[in-house]
Each structure stands twice: as structure tokens, then as C-alpha cells.
Design a protein around this ligand. Structure first.
Ligand SMILES: Cc1cc2nc3c(=O)[nH]c(=O)nc-3n(C[C@H](O)[C@H](O)[C@H](O)COP(=O)(O)OP(=O)(O)OC[C@H]3O[C@@H](n4cnc5c(N)ncnc54)[C@H](O)[C@@H]3O)c2cc1C
Length: 305
């Protein structure tokens, strides 16, 4: 059903864990809604084995995507429209409603929930793409436990890198942090914690040139000459949020939408945001879902209000 020629109470943009959760809750609350997404599943769709989706010990990213889509489709009908398209622009109208432009339509809504997530900033080094998901990963809390007792590298100098190293240090033998400069972007309190951990070693002014391995990672070269033998490389050099198409809400310097963590409201009345596109500190499937549910509870009260 792709009837977009109407005004909605709520338009949800994005079909990852956050958007899918929001769509289910919106339909169950009888809010006239549309979910507009390029695809269902979100970032972890590429994962072979997700081990922390609560209630399911193991699920592949593809199966999680199918489950999310099927759950949303269960509610497709009177209250929920599913639109498979890309949103290119959101603007606010004089009457305070919002216009959501896709390639084909201009959809009007009283409220908008932005859940378009982000993409990880990729490591630029020889073979980094070849070993992605074969020892080189972009999610320490997702894949870290698979590297128990092994030597690993965390790439980055911000909070995500330092917190990932802390996490990994509790089960990996040795954790190297490879930082491009001699300054840390992580909070001092986190840096201090890391400095006290014996099995973490920070290497500053280190630029990775090449990832080594046969089928899986077994090392890397940095600064053109130095070699480290490691079986895991955790890249934490930032995320790029998918928020360019909505310009009028307050964002941080990276582009994450600033939200009130109690309600997920943004700086503009009528716009909510949830999941990885927000300035929330932690980015996980379960958190994205929880944020979206919080937002939906608040949207419901606001729409009735
Ligand atoms: C490789 C990898 C593995 C991971 N593994 C785990 C794990 O094991 N456990 C865990 O908890 N977390 C994991 N994560 C993190 C987790 O995937 C994210 O925290 C989660 O996906 C965030 O959900 P989201 O709904 O906020 O955004 P996303 O998952 O990023 O979903 C965004 C959605 O918006 C859509 N979209 C984007 N732009 C537009 C647009 N302009 N118009 C319409 N639609 C748009 C996309 O198609 C997508 O459906 C992993 C991340 C990565 C990168």
C-alpha cells in the first residue's frame, strides 16, 4: 500500500531498529502514520551474528532485518502506511506542519520522528575494506567478546575508542590504542581510567597503512614501518549521521540531532529523533529501539494534546 496522498499525524523516517519500533508503537496507538525508509534493518544488517539483541542469543543481521520488516508489516493498514523511498528534504510549513519530500512525493505530517541512523567513518588503509568483518570491525561492544584472550587494536582517540579499549581490556590479553595525534578527544576521566589499566598500551602519532592477514586479520603496519601482530582491529574514528536532509533542528558539530533524553524531543516542536542519528552517548540496536519507544510515548501525548 503506497497511498501517500494524505496528511499524517506522524511520519517516521528510517526503517532501522528505531524506525521499526516507532512504526509498531504508532500503529498500535492508532496514530495515522507513515514510515518512509530506503530499506529495513539498519546498520547491523551486514553482521553475521548479533549476540546481544535481547531475547535472542544469536541472530544474523539479515534475519533481524526480516523480523523488523515483518513486524512492521503486521500493522500495515488503516493506521500505518509503508513507503519505500529516500527522504531528500524536510521543511516546516507556515501552519507548523512539516513537508517531507521524497523522490516521488511531498508528504505532510503534524509530527516527524527522525531515525535515519548513521554510517561509520571508514578506516583508510590498504586492505581495510578486504578484512571488514574478518577481524576488522566497527563495533567493539558487538564483536569484542569474540576476541577473548587475544591481542587487539583499537583505532581512534575519542570517547568511543577509549571506552571500547576499556571494555576489551576486561577479556582481551592486550589492547593497543592507535591514536593519529598525541592529543586525546576522549574525556579526561575516561583517559585516566585507561591509563590505569595494565593491559592497555596507547601508541600516539600512529597512522595505519595496511591491514595484514590471509583469510582473517593477523596484524597491521603503521607509520610505514612498525608492525603489530593482532587478531582484531576495532575502528572507532567516528560516525557520520544521516541528517543532512533536515536542516532546521539543532545539531552538534558532527551533525547528530540534539535531543532531550527524557522525551527524544528536538529543538523544534513537532520533531523527535531517536537512535544513532541523535547525540545520545551510546549506539546500539536495543538503545535505538528504547529511544524510539520513548519518543513515541511523547509524540502520542503531544498529538492528543
Ligand atoms: C557492522 C555493525 C555491526 C553492529 N552490530 C551490532 C550488534 O551486534 N549489536 C548492537 O546492539 N548494535 C550493533 N551495531 C550498532 C547498531 O547497528 C546501531 O546502533 C543501530 O542500527 C541504530 O539503529 P537506528 O535505527 O538508529 O539507525 P540505522 O540502523 O542506521 O537505520 C537507519 C535507517 O534509516 C534509513 N535511511 C537512512 N537515510 C534515509 C533517508 N534519507 N530516507 C529514508 N530512509 C533513510 C536506512 O535505510 C535505515 O533503514 C552494529 C553496527 C555496525 C555498523
Amino acid at each position: 500500500m503506497e497511498n501517500t496522498n494524505q496528511e499524517y499525524g506522524l511520519v517516521i523516517i528510517g526503517g532501522g531498529p528505531a524506525g521499526s519500533a516507532a512504526a509498531v508503537y504508532a500503529a498500535r496507538k492508532n496514530i495515522k502514520s507513515a514510515i518512509i525508509t530506503t530499506e529495513f534493518g539498519g546498520q547491523s544488517v551486514v553482521s553475521d551474528d548479533i549476540q546481544n539483541w535481547i531475547g535472542t542469543a544469536h541472530i544474523s543481521g539479515m534475519d533481524l532485518a526480516k523480523d523488523l520488516e515483518n513486524h512492521v508489516k503486521e500493522y500495515q493498514g488503516e493506521f500505518l502506511n509503508i513507503v519505500k523511498d529516500k527522504v531528500v528534504k524536510v521543511t516546516q510549513n507556515e501552519d507548523k506542519t512539516f513537508s517531507i519530500k521524497t523522490g516521488k512525493d511531498d508528504i505532510i505530517a503534524k509530527a516527524v520522528l527522525v531515525t535515519t541512523g548513521s554510517v561509520r567513518r571508514k578506516l583508510e588503509a590498504k586492505n581495510a575494506d578486504v578484512f571488514e568483518h574478518k577481524g576488522l570491525t566497527y563495533c567493539a561492544s558487538c564483536d569484542g567478546p569474540m576476541y577473548k584472550g587475544e591481542d587487539v587494536v583499537v583505532v581512534g582517540g575519542g570517547n568511543a575508542a577509549f571506552e571500547s579499549a576499556l571494555q576489551l581490556s576486561s577479556y582481551c590479553k592486550k589492547v593497543y590504542i592507535l591514536n593519529r595525534t598525541d592529543k586525546y578527544r576522549a574525556d579526561q576521566i575516561t583517559v585516566d581510567k585507561v591509563l590505569k589499566i595494565e593491559n592497555i598500551q596507547i601508541i600516539n602519532n600512529a597512522v595505519i597503512n595496511e591491514v595484514l592477514g590471509d583469510k582473517f586479520v593477523d596484524g597491521l603496519i603503521y607509520n610505514n614501518a612498525e608492525k603489530l601482530d593482532v587478531s582484531g582491529i576495532f575502528v572507532e574514528i567516528g560516525q557520520i549521521p544521516n541528517t543532512d536532509y533536515i536542516e532546521f533542528v539543532n545539531k552538534n558539530t558532527v551533525g547528530n540531532i540534539i535531543t532531550d533524553s527524557r522525551t527524544q524531543r528536538t529543538s523544534i516542536e513537532g520533531v523527535w529523533a531517536a537512535g544513532d542519528c541523535t547525540d545520545g552517548l551510546y549506539h546500539q540496536n536495543n538503545i535505538a529501539v528504547g529511544d524510539a519507544v520513548k519518543a513515541l510515548e511523547n509524540v502520542f501525548v503531544w498529538l492528543r494534546g
